[in-house]
Design a binder for this molecule. Structure first.
Ligand code: ZN
Length: 174
């Protein structure tokens, strides 16, 4: 079975704990997001150093390398969205098709050493961008192309769940 595109709307994670990874975005503090992101980037260093990271656990699931490349791009996309919201309250985001990107950018063929370096740099830039947000900017709004509305505060909590959830996705399986 090939990779199935993820078309689910995940915004419910803002209101209740994720039953899979256990992260509770509703209870997360905006100010914790930068360090949570930096910690997750550190964990990816070990995950992508494993030569087995290029292997899919089954043919319907991304390999750790593909997830790592996705998290790298996720950091960049959410940093861009944050910048747009800070510039223009109520801005609409361009659509980002994560599954089409994975195919177009050939995630599975990327070099794990390059991906982990890029992931570290993108995570740090994004952590710094969230850390630089002032208290008066948390209520600024942005709209996803599917109509889901975010504030800077909820965008940060939505994003950090997404990033941390992918560590759960690549957890060791017995
Ligand atoms: Zn989760």
């Amino acid at each position: 079975m090939p990779i199935t595109p993820d078309t689910k709307n995940w915004t419910w994670v803002l209101y209740r704990p994720c039953p899979e990874c256990g992260f509770d975005a509703a209870a997360a503090a905006f100010d914790d997001v930068p360090d949570l992101l930096r910690d997750s980037a550190d964990q990816w260093q070990g995950i992508l150093a494993d030569p087995a990271a290029v292997q899919r656990p089954d043919d319907a699931t991304w390999s750790p390398l593909e997830y790592g490349a996705h998290v790298r791009d996720l950091c960049r996309v959410y940093r861009t969205r944050l910048g747009l919201m800070l510039e223009n309250d109520g801005v609409g985001f361009a659509d980002w098709d994560q599954d089409a990107t994975a195919v177009a950018e050939r995630y599975a063929e990327q070099d794990p050493a390059v991906v982990v370096a890029e992931l570290g740099a993108e995570a740090e830039s994004t952590a710094a961008a969230f850390a630089a947000v002032g208290p008066g900017q948390l209520a600024r709004r942005g709209l996803r192309s599917d109509g889901s509305a975010f504030t800077v505060d909820s965008l940060a909590r939505y994003f950090i769940h997404d990033a941390l959830h992918h560590l759960w996705d690549v957890r060791p399986r017995s």
